[in-house]
Ligand binder design. Structure first.
Ligand SMILES: [Zn+2]
Length: 366
């Protein structure tokens, strides 16, 4: 069986298929078909690998274990998690009266999920726009850190899978963070694999899909309504608010990039590789281009890592909150569309000065 892309997100598929369609001579056509076939074959191997890891790790999990705080390395085994983000949701929304919200810009909430296939559960982080950092590696690493500290199963070995289309995931900072975790004995071994977009659907996408299907049929006025909808969509999809509408932070964000950079090297040719492995007691990062290719090692630690305090954490990043223009826009344009019980929470009267017309235009277009 060949995993053809379920959606048109795989750019190699798109260009290789077009190449087949434009060939006018047999030699060119044969070569183009071989290239497409080779692409399908390699993506199928990665797809099979992902499912085999999920099945294998599931069979070794302790009975009754759940996503909750566990001491580091208290479970001598491997756990697989997949993680990823989904498109922002908007609120308030009302599926039965969508008209008044046309051409409006209600509040946004980002989604980032970490799924544990072995126990069919996911923690979904709700990134309300007043606290979200936007497209930011520090944010992703901070969410993963919060997940491991509060919801991890205490496993000594971790296998992570992520979607390779998100350039924010496959970064030096993420790999340096994972290396820091094994160096400080939070785990003994970490592997991370990036699946080919369009060919493998991660478990976190399945949880997002259930949630969005329920969201489109629900009235949502505030962040707590999103939490309720998520629980109703699947009780095993557990919502974790990163902050509240008024900008109060509930999940700390740290400047991991700045913290880790002095202690680790950059990864050479990071874009070429899909599989990475880090082990406690080794300063080396092992990388593979595909699941069955020859591994390559790179010295990853700098010498000064030995003097890093294992309990030290990076500086916290304070949320910037909503701009004055955005606060006034929500008050002027969105407040009347919110259930009166939640108006002072979702679109309160701002205490800051009303901005001029030009600043308001910037907000609408952002
Ligand atoms: Zn493809």
């Amino acid at each position: 069986m060949v995993t053809r892309p379920a959606v048109d997100l795989c750019s190699p598929c798109d260009s290789l298929a077009k190449n087949v369609g434009t060939q006018r001579f047999e030699a060119g056509l044969t070569e183009a078909v071989q290239k497409l076939s080779s692409h399908y074959s390699s993506t199928e191997k990665e797809h099979t690998f992902y499912h085999s890891i999920c099945l294998e790790t599931k069979s070794h999990l302790p009975e009754g274990i759940s996503l909750s705080p566990h001491p580091a390395c208290s479970f001598d085994g491997t756990v697989h998690y997949s993680f990823g983000s989904a498109q922002d949701l908007l609120y308030p929304i009302c599926p039965y009266e969508p008209g008044p919200l046309f051409h409006k810009y209600p509040r946004k909430c980002g989604l980032f999920g970490v799924a544990c296939e072995g126990i069919s559960s996911q923690i979904t982080f709700l990134l309300e726009e007043s606290i979200a950092l936007g497209e930011n590696t520090d944010q992703i690493v901070s969410l993963l850190h919060f997940f491991f500290e509060h919801y991890g199963l205490g496993e000594s070995h971790v296998h992570l899978s992520a979607d390779s289309h998100n350039g924010l995931s496959k970064t030096d900072c993420l790999l340096q963070y994972l290396s820091w975790r094994v160096h400080t004995r939070r785990h003994l071994n970490i592997k991370i694999s990036f699946v080919v977009t369009g060919h493998t659907r991660l478990s976190c996408d399945w949880f997002f899909g259930l949630f969005k299907r329920m969201y489109r049929r629900s009235r949502v006025d505030c962040l707590n309504d999103l939490v309720r909808v998520m629980t109703e969509s699947c009780p095993r999809n557990i919502a974790q608010k990163c902050g509240t509408e008024d900008g109060t932070s509930l999940v700390p964000f740290y400047s991991w990039t700045e913290f880790l950079e002095p202690y680790f090297h950059s990864v050479i040719d990071i874009a070429k590789y899909q599989h990475f492995q880090l082990s406690h007691g080794s300063s080396v990062l092992t990388m593979k281009e595909s699941v069955d290719s020859t591994p390559r090692n790179q010295v990853f630690h700098r010498e000064n890592l030995a003097i890093l305090d294992p309990t030290a954490l990076p500086k916290r990043i304070a949320p910037t909150g909503l701009s004055a223009a955005r606060q006034w826009y929500l008050y002027d344009e969105i407040r009347s569309l919110v259930n009166p019980a939640f108006q002072d929470l979702v679109a309160p009267k701002p205490s800051c000065q009303r901005p001029n017309q030009e600043e308001r235009e910037v907000t609408r277009n952002s």
